[in-house]
Design a protein around this ligand. Structure first.
Ligand SMILES: [Zn+2]
Length: 208
């Protein structure tokens, strides 16, 4: 059995106790490769890595990667803008100094501050680029949030999954025993046998 569960909704009449807190729930995590399933409240599926880890779509991962690129660009532009701020400060200082020199008519002994070499003049034009980048960042962030909300695929936390696998094995052993009993005691009333072995039935997805 592979560790891949999809969250599904069942009808209200089919709700069963949550595997975590035992409250009745209409959400079931279904694993077709088992098949295996367990009921859970929706709340346990959110930020609860000790229980489930979301398996996101390629679309989601691509959007996150793009978001990182845009974030880096945004940070670079922001730091360039703040350098421009200090460059502006440098210009102001020069003018203030010239004014002072005119007034007392003497050369200042204070050396002129060095012009920061790494501030390109096109940084000002980058202010517009920064606004565009920030808008793109917000748009991507919304997209990532939406795709995150849409996710239905989960992986169970390791210990949790191992206990499901163990449970599955026990269930299979029981089925096997049931089959053998049927063979050995073909005269036994099938109803009686069924009462001895109650097998869970696969949850039906709610029809909408
Ligand atoms: Zn619960």
């Amino acid at each position: 059995m592979i560790n891949e569960y999809v969250s599904r909704k069942v009808a209200l009449k089919d709700m069963q106790p949550c595997a975590i807190c035992s409250k009745p729930s209409t959400t079931v995590l279904y694993n077709a490769s088992g098949p295996d399933w367990l009921y859970t409240c929706d709340i346990h599926l959110q930020d609860n890595l000790q229980f489930t880890i979301p398996i996101y779509s390629k679309e989601y991962n691509d959007a996150v990667a793009q978001l990182k690129v845009v974030k880096r660009k945004m940070d670079t532009l922001i730091s360039a803008q703040s350098r421009l701020g200090s460059w502006d400060g440098w210009v102001t200082k020069i003018f203030t100094k010239k004014d002072k020199e005119k007034k007392d008519g003497s050369e200042s002994t204070e050396p002129a501050p060095a012009e920061p070499a790494d501030v390109p003049l096109e940084v000002k034009e980058d202010a517009d680029t920064l606004l565009e980048t920030q808008a793109m960042y917000r748009k991507l962030l919304d997209e990532v949030t939406e795709l995150q909300g849409k996710n239905r695929k989960y992986e169970l936390a390791k210990i949790m999954f191992e206990s499901r696998v163990q449970r599955k094995k026990t269930e299979q052993m029981n089925r096997e025993r049931y089959r053998k009993e049927q063979e050995n005691y073909s005269n036994t009333d099938p109803k009686e046998l069924l009462q001895k072995h109650v097998f869970p039935s696969v949850p039906q997805q709610e029809t909408q």
